[in-house]
Design a protein around this ligand. Structure first.
Ligand SMILES: [Mg+2]
Length: 219
């Protein structure tokens, strides 16, 4: 049995900047901050890292209440932005999930998105229901910690000794995946700089070759 932890942005889907638009809107609505994310490199970072970091750049603290308030406003903004921006699945994702659903795997998410943001991104694309659970930005700002939390949850749906595989598009996915003892499959459909994915166990251009993808994930 295999436990799969899929990243979202740049791996399963591309939201064409919907997350950035919705976050920027939320910072403006709540705190009057314009262009809160300008100049930040947040590829592969968790939502619970991005929000406090953007506030710190403005010389503000971020309490647990601030973060909860942010989520409440961000999720509806994200829902709108996903539609406006024509968010879409990365190549091969739907056939791959359909094929995996028939295998001896536990399908999970390992994403820096808040859980409700992950749902807002994946439900309109019709793939939220494939995933039994996962690790999310709510769990921890650090990607290794949130993947570890996700793996622990997914093990409850799985056999003892099941192998874990992390699928992602940035160096943060590669590093965090190995840190939790998982095999890492990297895809070039996202936000990596040249050389960033080199530590991955397998690198795929995308997930459109079903046989190659299945063998990378389950082989
Ligand atoms: Mg990503």
């Amino acid at each position: 049995m295999t436990i799969l932890l899929f990243d979202i942005d740049g791996t399963l889907s591309t939201s064409q900047g919907a997350g950035t638009v919705a976050m920027t809107r939320t910072f403006r609505e709540l705190w009057g901050i314009e262009r809160a994310l300008e100049g930040m490199n947040f590829a592969g970072r968790s939502d619970s890292w991005i929000v406090p970091t953007a506030l710190a750049n403005q010389g503000r603290d971020c309490s647990a209440e601030d973060l909860a308030l942010f989520v409440d406003h961000y999720v509806p903004n994200l829902g709108k932005a996903v539609v406006e921006r024509n968010s879409r699945l990365c190549p091969g994702v739907r056939p791959l999930l359909e094929a995996l659903a028939g295998e001896d795997v536990t399908l999970g998410l390992g994403t820096g998105n808040f859980r409700r943001a992950a749902e807002a991104k994946l439900a309109p694309l019709g793939i939220w229901e494939y995933f039994v659970d996962g690790g999310f930005g709510d769990d921890h700002p650090d990607r290794t910690e949130l993947l570890a939390a996700g793996l622990e949850r997914l093990r409850r749906h799985s056999n003892d000794g099941a192998e874990a595989v992390v699928i992602g598009d940035t160096g943060h996915d590669v590093e965090a995946g190995h840190a939790i003892g998982a095999k890492v499959v990297a895809v070039r459909t996202g936000y990596a700089q040249a050389g960033e994915l080199e530590g991955a166990d397998v690198i795929l251009d995308d997930l459109s070759d079903l046989r190659a993808s299945m063998s990378a994930l389950l082989g």
